[in-house]
Design a protein around this ligand. Structure first.
Ligand code: SER
Length: 857
């Protein structure tokens, strides 16, 4: 049975059991900062189990994309482990069904739908779960000896992340045959070997585990089951491992072909590992992650580097993963239609990262060998050294560890992690520091009223709640001041005290729901309960709003122009400009940047409405809002919807009501902010318009300088100028080289009784020849020079006399040239010292020159 058929059968079966078939959620959990990746099918339903949120259905089934690092060491070695994999699962939240039905469904699907042989099926239950034991034994009819009771480690599941639903579980196993076993006498269900293969895990969620590890009963018990798709294919297709199923084999085959290796025992683990990692890379990259030194990015980096290192163990040199993305996408393109659209990007990121690694690996390895040499007595690599190898040489920890282990060394992992943590602390932004500065401020729910523009213009009356720091930090019951948050700077403005004193508010911060006003030094003594009036600097706020809404437009345009991998990596919005950091692997060409700017301005000029809405998190995400990974959002979220769905973003900041208010948008700079992260800085409104005007005037000025009557001509003129400069540079070079021949022609004379006679011929323009003549004039006191220039277009001649040739011999250049022309034909003349002309017959000219020479002796 193919994987496509299995998918259909699974969906059909659970549909018939009244389950809604839901889509796989993203590989990256949107709402759970404690998890890097979606590790199980139940993740998208976590709030339903916990009763935090009411589920829209009571039964649901999915085929979920999952990613787990927990089995990294086993990848490739066993037949059954993966980093990325898919999981079939049925779920129930509201106590609609529990153990009995979950077991019945699993049994019916396994034995009647896909018809696994009953005699090969075994089950495990949690050691204390008599109820499940009884269901399997008495209700389903599995003999007691085929039901194994296992402890918490094996048969108690969850929670996923730092808290959530969990409970005892029961697993279905299939006997893959004695030949797959380890041969130990006690090899049975629960053994780590390949014989008894666990294929379906039924979790009976009964408890909620809080972040401290305390268990409390769930309001409603739930069911969460998971069955690995690859394992099921392995069982159903009668192949030797997951890697030979129809989901993995095409990928394995592509690798074999590319690396030109045989799929034989000594290579299999390595080829399987590459196949696993390549597939995982494609899927995670397709979700917009990029390789980096932290979090998910670091996981990507590790997978890629492991795959490359393994390929080099197989004798392959160079990048290749980027060439094999097609093999993965071909398998999945009908299931995940977004994959083909992302392929180009994935390829590019892979290629870039592969090359980066290949450039650093040899240096890193060499350094590792020298570290090993230095520590050959202890055979331990210090954590600080492992960190240095990682940080300076880009050598991932597991490669260091693998290589070290191969040479009989161990690595101090705890020390490495400590060093890593230290670095993280160092690189953490200043934002946190700023906030933690106000740790002393007591929490209070300040009512924020700064959205209503009337409150900005008219001021807001408020009561002082608390006062700190010599009357420079105050909290009020209501406030129109926006406290710095989500990249938007805090407001400034002023307050009016009860006795009509005016005090400047220099900044506003936010701590939880407390708005903290920071005031300039003052002599007022605030009283709790004192009534004051708060005035926000409304012009500044307006400028901030423009930049903030423009940031949202920019983000959407970037997604549309560069691809879906664009994710926000940071932003800063103030009155002067906006800064937006986003994930993107390459630099952006000038042309694309211009296109981005134009598209943002199109949105500005289309006067699209910008509306703040409140909705459930799910609703926001399904309407396209890109929540920030790793952030925790409340159930009801605030979104900014631009152009009725053009851009939908979760945001707590201040915005315009129509895009036209941005006025005009202009990108000031684009560059790299960190590895895989680009930064755009831009300005809006009058500032942007002024900048554009300034540029326009500069261009006009340039046109004037270049003598271009139309602006379009500037480029042509500038190009011409460039060409001319190039030519001149070439000429100068030539001149300089022929300068070398100056010395040689300078020696090429005949001595006519103390007068140097230069009788020379050049294949150069007469202008150049004149330069040579000048050199003679400068350097030789008494000389007669007759110099012929012979080019394709003309024959010229010059005669030049210096010193005694004129004074004593009384010769005249003019006479000489006239004599020559008379014989050889041509025109010309000059003075006694210098004459120039053209000649028709060079040979005759030469004869005449020789004749004349004899008269000068
Ligand atoms: N959550 C359980 C697992 O991942 C069952 O889906 O194994």
């Amino acid at each position: 049975m193919t994987h496509l058929e299995l998918r259909e059968k699974f969906k059909e079966f659970f549909k018939s059991k009244k389950h809604v078939i839901e889509k796989s959620s993203s590989l990256i959990p949107i709402d759970d900062p404690t998890l890097l990746f979606t590790t199980a099918g139940m993740l998208q339903f976590k709030p339903y189990y916990a009763g935090i949120k009411k589920a829209p259905y009571s039964r649901v089934a999915t085929i979920q994309k999952c990613f787990r690092l927990s089995d990294l060491e086993n990848i490739g070695k066993t037949a059954r482990h993966h980093t990325f994999f898919e999981m079939f699962g049925n779920f129930c939240f509201m106590g609609d069904y529990f153990k009995k039905e979950a077991i019945e469904f699993a049994w019916e699907f396994s034995t009647q739908v896909i018809k696994l042989p009953i005699e090969r099926i075994y089950v495990s239950v949690y050691e204390k779960d008599d109820e499940a034991f009884k269901i399997w034994n008495e209700h389903i009819g599995i003999p007691k000896e085929k039901i194994v009771r296992l402890g918490k480690k094996d048969n108690f599941w969850g929670p996923a992340g730092d808290s959530g639903a969990c409970g005892p579980c029961s697993e279905l196993y299939i006997d893959m045959g004695e030949e797959k076993g380890c041969g130990k006498p006690d090899c049975f269900v629960g053994c780590d070997c390949e014989r008894y293969l666990e294929f379906w895990n039924l979790v009976f969620n009964e408890f909620f585990q809080d972040t401290d590890g305390n268990l409390s009963p769930l309001q409603n018990v739930g069911i969460d089951t998971g069955m690995g798709l690859e394992r099921l294919c392995y069982i159903m297709q009668g192949v030797e491992s997951n890697y030979q199923t129809d989901v993995m084999k095409p990928i394995v085959d592509a690798i074999i072909k590319k690396l030109n290796v045989k799929y034989e025992d000594k290579n299999k683990t390595k080829i399987n590992l590459i196949a696993d990692h390549l597939r995982a890379l494609v899927f995670v990259l397709a979700e917009g992650c990029v390789p980096s030194n932290e979090g998910r990015g670091y996981v990507l980096r590790r997978l890629l580097r492991r795959a490359l290192k393994t390929s080099s163990d197989l004798g392959h040199k160079g990048a290749f993963l980027n060439e094999l993305t097609g093999a993965v996408i071909d398998v999945y393109k009908d299931i995940y239609d977004y994959l083909p659209k992302e392929e180009e990007n994935i390829k590019r990121i892979l290629k870039d990262e592969e090359n980066k690694f290949l450039n650093t690996i040899s240096a890193g390895m060499n350094k590792l060998y020298s570290v090993m040499e230095d520590n050959k007595d202890s055979k331990v690599i210090k954590g600080s050294d492992a960190f240095m190898l990682f940080d300076t040489y880009g050598l991932p920890f597991d490669i260091t560890e693998e290589e070290a282990n191969d040479h009989g060394f161990t690595v101090d992992k705890a020390g490495f992690e400590e060093a890593m943590e230290e670095q993280k602390k160092r690189s953490r932004g200043t934002g946190e520091d700023k906030k933690s500065k106000f740790g002393y401020v007591a929490n209070f729910d300040t009512k924020y009223v700064g959205e209503d523009l009337n409150n900005l213009t008219n001021g807001v009356k408020a009561k002082v709640i608390s006062v700190y720091n010599d009357n420079t930090v105050i909290v009020t019951d209501v406030s129109p001041f926006y406290g710095e948050m989500g990249g938007q700077v805090g407001d400034n403005g002023y307050i009016e005290t009860s006795d009509k004193q005016t005090i400047k508010v220099t900044d506003t911060q936010k701590k939880e729901n407390t708005i903290i006003h920071i005031l300039e030094n003052n002599n007022h003594s605030f009283k709790e309960g004192e009534e004051i009036t708060l005035f926000v600097n409304a012009d500044r706020r307006m400028a901030i709003r423009k930049n903030h809404t423009a940031t949202h437009i920019l983000q959407r345009v970037l997604e549309l122009t560069l691809g879906n991998h664009v994710n926000q990596a940071g932003s800063y919005v103030c009155e002067d400009y906006l800064r937006f950091d986003f994930t993107h692997p390459d630099s952006i060409s000038e042309e694309t940047l211009l296109n981005i700017e134009n598209k943002v301005n199109e949105v500005v000029f289309k006067s699209m409405p910008a509306v703040i809405k409140y909705m459930s998190k799910e609703e926001a995400i399904s309407s396209g809002a890109k929540a920030l990974f790793g952030e925790k959002y409340p159930d009801t979220v605030r979104i900014l919807d631009i152009g009725d769905g053009f851009s939908v973003e979760l945001c707590g900041g201040s915005h315009l009501t129509n895009t036209s208010e941005v006025g005009y948008f202009h990108i000031v700079s684009e560059g790299s902010a960190a590895s895989g992260v680009r930064r755009i800085e831009a300005i809006t409104s009058l500032k942007a318009a002024n900048e554009a005007t300034k540029l326009f005037s500069k261009v006009k000025n340039l046109a004037h300088i270049l003598n271009a009557s139309k602006i379009e001509e500037i480029t042509i003129r500038a190009e011409n100028l460039q060409n001319e400069v190039k030519k001149l540079q070439k000429d100068i070079k030539q001149l300089k080289t022929s300068g070398a021949s100056v010395t040689s022609f300078m020696d090429n004379y005949e001595d006519l009784g103390g007068i140097r006679f230069y009788n020379l011929e050049f294949n150069e323009d007469i202008k150049e020849v004149r330069l040579y003549a000048d050199t003679i004039k400068e350097r030789v006191k008494d000389s007669i020079a007759v110099m012929i220039s012979k080019t394709d277009s003309s024959n010229s001649i010059l005669v030049q006399l210096t010193g005694s040739a004129i004074k004593e011999k009384k010769l005249s250049a003019n006479n000489i040239i006239k004599d020559i022309i008379k014989t050889a034909g041509g025109r010309g003349g000059g003075k006694d010292t210098f004459a120039q002309g053209s000649i028709e017959n060079i040979d005759k000219a030469k004869e005449e020159i020789n004749k004349l020479k004899s008269t000068w002796l």
